[in-house]
Design a protein around this ligand. Structure first.
Ligand code: SAH
Length: 340
């Protein structure tokens, strides 16, 4: 089966249908509507359903946090489950998207990696997730969010082609028309893909999950550090920010006694001196008892230290912690329940 959402409006013209019917199908994808909720006649859509999937994803469960954050478990057409989060923020609502079912990066603190990588999401599946969550948060024919962050489960640069295609679909004028500047793509630091991404001419914000100030600390918590050194990341980000004229973001999750000392601040400031960047600091959301979070008070001291050393940094507000908001926690919990 092929997924209709994988095609742009232009690409859909291969369907042997009048233009306005194709537009109706395209709108049904974006509005997360079934054929029978449109005026497309059965004799047109019935043959299509034999070969193509209109909606590759459905809402399976919704968890609502006391802060308004909504976490969605979405069921894909092949019964795989992924997570997606709708965050209400004063500058506009944000959808946090997954890019893969599971993940194979193996970061020690991250629940997404439990069970490894199942499969990549296609561009159309990611678009359909956005459509589904959008429709659940207002009128389906309006855009009820302004920002997208690819910070859910999965490693975007381990699913590079689909992610780039998704970014082109979701920013297209006839699609959701999301501003490229309102999209953030977060990677654990697959350096060769950072260089490729630079050439895509997408005006999105690039975020790199650094989480350490030395390679040896990083190797202990992030296996990808065995493939790329921090120096290689720094070099790529310097070139990226100079070429794209965009500020890059470093994500740094504070883990008690692992990466949260003032020595770390000093090393970070030396590494990133002169680079147009910002550090998003977050306290670990512990997935088990092996790693503990740094306290908020210590986190503020860490941020002050970084700032005093000339590095822009702020504490990222953690939303939805009461509904297992961190990466992959909800899906992991689900899988565990299913296996019991
Ligand atoms: N694979 C990408 C996308 C994941 S984005 C990446 O590594 O960047 C999600 C962000 O949340 C990453 O910075 C990730 O390292 C971080 N994260 C994962 N688990 C976390 C946890 N338990 N507590 C705090 N941050 C976590």
């Amino acid at each position: 089966m092929k997924i209709l959402a994988d095609y742009s409006l232009e690409e859909l013209q291969f369907l042997d249908l009048p233009k306005f019917r194709i537009k109706q199908i395209f709108d049904a994808i974006l509005q997360s509507k079934d054929y029978n909720q449109t005026t497309i006649p059965k004799k047109i859509y019935e043959p299509l359903t034999k070969e193509y999937i209109l909606h590759p994803v459905d809402i399976f469960e919704i968890y609502k946090s006391s802060d308004g954050t909504k976490k969605y478990l979405l069921k894909l057409w092949d019964n795989n489950i992924i997570e997606c989060v709708f965050l209400i923020q004063n500058y506009g609502n944000t959808i946090c998207m997954s890019t893969q079912v599971g993940c194979r990066m193996g970061c020690k603190f991250c629940a997404s990696t439990t069970g490894g990588l199942i499969r990549n999401l296609t561009a159309g599946e990611m678009l359909a997730c956005i459509a589904c969550v959008n429709a659940d948060n207002g009128k389906c024919n309006e855009r009820n969010f302004t920002n997208i962050v690819l910070m859910g489960s999965g490693e975007p640069f381990d699913n590079y082609d689909n992610v780039v295609k998704f970014l082109r679909l979701v920013t297209s004028k006839e699609g959701f028309n999301v501003s490229e500047r309102n999209i953030s793509v977060s990677t654990c630091g697959i350096v060769d893909k950072i260089y490729d991404f630079m050439k895509e001419n997408l005006n999105v914000t690039l975020c790199v999950s650094l989480h350490a100030s030395t390679d040896s600390i990083r190797k202990n918590i992030m296996p990808i550090a065995n493939a790329f050194s921090i120096n290689e990341i720094v070099k790529a980000l310097k070139i990226y920010s100079e070429t794209t004229k965009r500020r890059v973001v470093l994500e740094y999750c504070l883990i008690k006694g692992v990466n949260d000392s003032f020595e770390d601040c000093k090393r970070l400031s030396e590494l990133f001196k002169g680079i147009n960047c910002h550090f998003n600091i977050i306290c670990l959301n512990p997935k088990d008892n092996l790693l503990q979070a740094t306290t908020k008070k210590e986190a503020y001291a860490f941020i002050n230290k970084l700032q005093s050393l000339g590095i822009s940094a702020s504490l990222r507000r953690s939303q939805g912690a009461d509904i297992q908001g961190a990466c992959g926690q909800l899906r992991a919990k689900r899988l565990k329940e299913q296996n019991n």
